[in-house]
Design a protein around this ligand. Structure first.
Ligand SMILES: O=C(O)C1=C[C@@H](OP(=O)(O)O)[C@@H](O)[C@H](O)C1
Ligand SMILES: C=C(OP(=O)(O)O)C(=O)O
Length: 430
């Protein structure tokens, strides 16, 4: 456990300045993976050098892929799918759910054996959502709880296509099955209950692979090969979210965020902020590799409470912890429902958000599938804990900016999973 404690004080004046948002975590993972599976050299710029994406690089290096990384620049020397070699040690995904689930999809099609492990948090997260359909495709997978929990062992190769209706809305499950389907005999189709982030589909297309989407069904023909492509990773809207909320709730703020990914399957937070009445201007600029990006400016304003439910949930799932912080500062009742997926993230994010914000005096209640927040009252100081969950840690830092007393935050080390420069960027606005 990381014991570091940071003492945080209320922001004394409005936040102001410009932040160049670091690379998107979902897209950075995929750029490394697809580059490793492709033929040729893939140059990635704007890569996120966070712990999770570094775990992805480490796993593919162990399979014999030459990958150079310096800051946000990565070069991947792909030798095609057959260039991936049997690892002679265990593959360690650290804290990263995206790494393990997409990797299982890749490994299902490879004719060798591997063992995949992760940290304590990964050891609690459900893997049957990917291992069950991958077994149906022919992969041999075992692990604790007969293949639901790490460590997992996998022997792939000789897989056949499936038509699969996903019981949960998860881009990680969809992506794992598409990556297995790419290597299987026949056409694999995946139907999702709600549209989830489509970075895999967009990037496969950029790597020369045909993927078709018809409504909520995504199909891929096995046997296609990937051709190396340069990837310019947009900034992560999930990281921008912390400063969007800070700009809303710290009186007198005006924050400019540059290079933010605007993929509509990820941008639900912008819709919530708009309907809540935020002063938000968005200047969409370019699209590279199928991913739109732009700059935005947010200023403090009077906001109304909001409801998040249904199809919108997957478009902002990782932003819910910080949106809960926002709701504590809005008079009236905010309701978040249909978000039971929060329970299987790095922590149970319904419990950790509700438990930690309550310690700062928030009027917040957990429900089976979300939370109810009665906002508009100032937060107090107190001792809180990230529980090793990067998004909880950063959400609590943002909460401390409007707390009427010092906030002590334990386990801040987790923040480097997705945003190593978070404190530096926050200080630059103060
Ligand atoms: O595909 C991805 O890159 C991700 C998908 C989401 O998870 P689920 O697929 O479990 O919803 C999200 O929470 C995670 O941070 C990244
Ligand atoms: C849930 C997250 O990531 P992962 O599933 O990749 O661990 C996240 O970044 O909030």
């Amino acid at each position: 456990m990381d014991e570091t404690i940071k003492l945080l004080n209320k922001a004394e004046s409005g936040l102001s300045g410009t932040i160049v948002v670091p690379g998107d975590k979902s897209i950075s993972h995929r750029a490394v993976m697809f580059g490793a599976m492709a033929n040729g050299t893939t140059n990635v710029s704007g890569f996120l050098p966070g712990d999770d994406c570094l775990s992805t690089i480490a796993c593919f290096r162990q399979m014999g892929v030459a990958i150079e990384q310096e800051g946000d620049k990565v070069t991947v020397e792909g030798k095609g799918l057959d260039g991936l070699k049997e690892p002679n040690g265990v593959l360690d995904v650290g804290n990263s759910g995206t790494t393990i689930r997409l990797l299982l999809g890749v490994l299902s099609g490879r004719p060798f054996h591997s063992v995949v492990v992760g940290d304590d948090s990964i050891g609690k997260r459900p893997m049957a959502r990917v291992t069950a359909p991958l077994r149906q495709m022919g992969a041999q997978i075992d692990g604790r709880e007969t293949g639901n929990k790490t460590p997992l062992s996998i022997r792939g190769g000789q897989t056949k296509a499936i038509e699969y209706t996903m019981p949960v809305a998860s881009a990680q499950v969809k992506s794992a099955l598409l990556l297995a389907g790419l290597q299987a005999e026949g056409e694999t189709s995946v139907t999702e209950p709600q549209t989830t982030r489509d970075h895999t589909e967009r990037m496969l297309h950029a790597f020369g692979v045909k993927v078709t989407t018809a409504g909520k069904t995504i199909s891929i023909q096995g046997g296609q090969s990937l051709q190396a492509a340069d990837v310019v990773v947009p900034g992560d809207i999930s990281s921008a979210a912390f400063f969007l909320v800070a700009g809303c709730i710290v009186p007198g703020s005006r924050v400019h965020l540059k290079n933010v990914g605007l993929n509509p399957t990820r941008a639900g937070i912008l819709e919530v902020l708009k309907r809540s009445g935020a002063k938000l201007s968005i200047d969409e600029q370019v699209t590279t590799g199928g991913e739109p990006r732009g700059d935005m400016t947010i200023s403090t304003s009077e906001l109304s409470p909001f409801v998040i439910e249904g199809e919108e949930v997957p478009t902002l799932i990782d932003e819910i912890p910080v949106l809960a912080v926002l709701a504590t500062q809005i008079s009236g009742t905010t309701i978040i429902r249909d978000a039971e997926e929060l329970k299987v993230k790095e922590t149970n994010r319904i419990d950790t958000v509700v438990g930690e914000l309550a310690k700062l005096g928030a009027d917040i209640e957990a429900t089976d599938d979300g939370m109810i927040i009665r906002g508009g009252k100032p937060l107090t100081g107190g001792k809180v804990d990230s529980h090793g969950d990067h998004r909880i840690g950063m959400a609590l830092v943002i909460a401390s900016l409007c707390a009427n007393g010092p906030v002590e935050l334990a386990n801040i080390g987790a923040i480097s999973v997705s945003y190593p420069q978070f404190f530096e960027h926050l200080q630059s606005l103060q």
